[in-house]
Design a protein around this ligand. Structure first.
Ligand SMILES: CC(C)(COP(=O)(O)OP(=O)(O)OC[C@H]1O[C@@H](n2cnc3c(N)ncnc32)[C@H](O)[C@@H]1OP(=O)(O)O)[C@@H](O)C(=O)NCCC(=O)NCCS
Length: 148
């Protein structure tokens, strides 16, 4: 989690110490921000089935309108092996089946080719909804994700 390459597009979020990382995990575990009572957060640590090695993390923010936002990071040594695609595909199925989510969004810096590759591989398309100034927004109707 301290590898700078993981934080290229959001360096301000990079934990500066183990204590900082603990605080970040505690915040995520809280399940929602007090100032956003309509949101619920879910976070997963992604482990290899074979030996439990942690390879990355996935996040979902659930909104009250059956929509959700996903985010993800896979540790540098484990990238380009399909782990993020597999993890987010499982997250999408969970959001549909367990939370009735019907639309999922993802936003990323427009230079983040890896993240764009992930959403395109999962069938997301460009969203008409506004994203941050340097960001692109993609969306997926969840039935498309669970039809297989
Ligand atoms: C984005 C990130 C999670 C991708 O993880 P990954 O495990 O390497 O992705 P996968 O191996 O599952 O690849 C999924 C798809 O994206 C494509 N992809 C992955 N990295 C890519 C890259 N650098 N350039 C172009 N395409 C890329 C893959 O080719 C694959 O497509 P395919 O299945 O059609 O072949 C990883 O690069 C990362 O953690 N980056 C730093 C954190 C970050 O930016 N997170 C996103 C925040 S919005």
């Amino acid at each position: 989690m301290s590898d700078e390459r993981l934080w290229t597009f959001f360096p301000h979020l990079r934990p500066s110490s183990v204590d900082d990382l603990r605080r970040l995990y505690r915040r995520w575990q809280a399940g929602a921000a007090p100032q956003a009572p309509d949101e619920t957060w879910e976070n997963w640590l992604c482990l290899l089935r074979t030996d439990g090695t942690p390879v990355g993390g996935a996040q979902a923010t659930l909104f009250s309108d059956h929509e959700a936002m996903v985010a993800y990071a896979t540790y540098t040594d484990y990238q380009r092996r399909g782990y993020t695609r597999e993890a987010i595909s499982r997250v999408l199925a969970h959001l549909a089946h367990d939370h009735g989510v019907n639309k999922v969004r993802a936003e990323m810096d427009r230079r983040n080719e890896a993240s764009i590759g992930v959403v395109k591989a999962l069938g997301f398309t460009r969203s008409s909804q506004r994203a941050g100034a340097n960001d692109l927004a993609f969306e997926l109707r969840i039935s498309e994700a669970t039809r297989e």
